[in-house]
Design a protein around this ligand. Structure first.
Ligand code: 3PG
Length: 207
């Protein structure tokens, strides 16, 4: 059986979405699918994020997860609204354990080898590296893979079309970015641009 993390790794790109109006959720998901990227992380940074998540989860073949999850309660609310994976910017043991209890994948953020070890102790093997560019980008991942060869990373933070290709390396499960889905473009309903950005970004990180 394919796990959700395998599905995300096959897509190789994880758009980070900040969505203000849930009316944009379905057209946005459809635009991403048209560009070959059938997943998104909806961040809990806007009042109507959960509604948007629920709507996106109804799009056939589209995998939606929750981002910026800072508490166990937020993890629960996200899963109730269709999230199939949970992403947090750092390590939160309550979020990791709530996700396990809900039987959904959790991708916590790490910024150091000590944090990798904390997550490993919780049984996690796929980690977000955040903020990736500021931490040294692909070179940081290669360095961490020395001691942690069993860990896959989802780099996130400061990744755009100009540096995406540097992450087409061993140890990267998927590349996370808001470059594909700028908040202002979503507000304008510029979904043809979303499709084009998805296609271009995916080409850059393909291996
Ligand atoms: C985030 O949490 O905002 C993500 O890491 C995306 O970062 P980016 O906006 O720099 O792509």
């Amino acid at each position: 059986m394919t796990s959700i993390l395998d599905e995300l790794a096959a897509i190789r790109v994880l758009p980070v979405v900040v969505i203000d109006d849930p009316a944009n959720a379905v057209p946005l998901a459809e635009a991403l699918v048209a560009g070959g990227v059938s997943c998104a992380e909806v961040t809990l940074r806007t009042p109507r994020a959960l509604e948007a998540m629920r709507l996106m989860s109804s799009v056939p073949g589209f995998v939606v997860g929750a981002g910026t999850v800072l508490s166990a309660q937020q993890a629960e609310g996200s899963v109730e609204n269709g999230a199939r994976f949970i992403v947090s910017p750092g390590i939160s043991i309550p979020v990791i354990r709530a996700s396990a209890a809900l039987d959904v994948a959790c991708v916590p953020g790490v910024a150091s080898s000590s944090e990798v070890m904390v997550a490993r102790d919780e049984g996690i093997r796929t980690l977000k590296l955040f903020p990736a560019a500021q931490l040294g980008g692909a070179a940081m991942i290669s360095a961490l893979r020395g001691p942690f060869a069993d860990i896959s990373f989802v780099p996130s933070g400061g990744i755009g079309i100009e540096n995406a290709a540097s992450y087409a390396i061993d140890g990267v499960a998927s590349v996370s970015t808001s470059w594909i889905t700028p908040r202002a473009e979503i507000v304008r309903g510029a979904f043809a641009e979303t499709t084009e950005r998805a296609r271009r970004f995916r080409q850059e990180v393909a291996r």
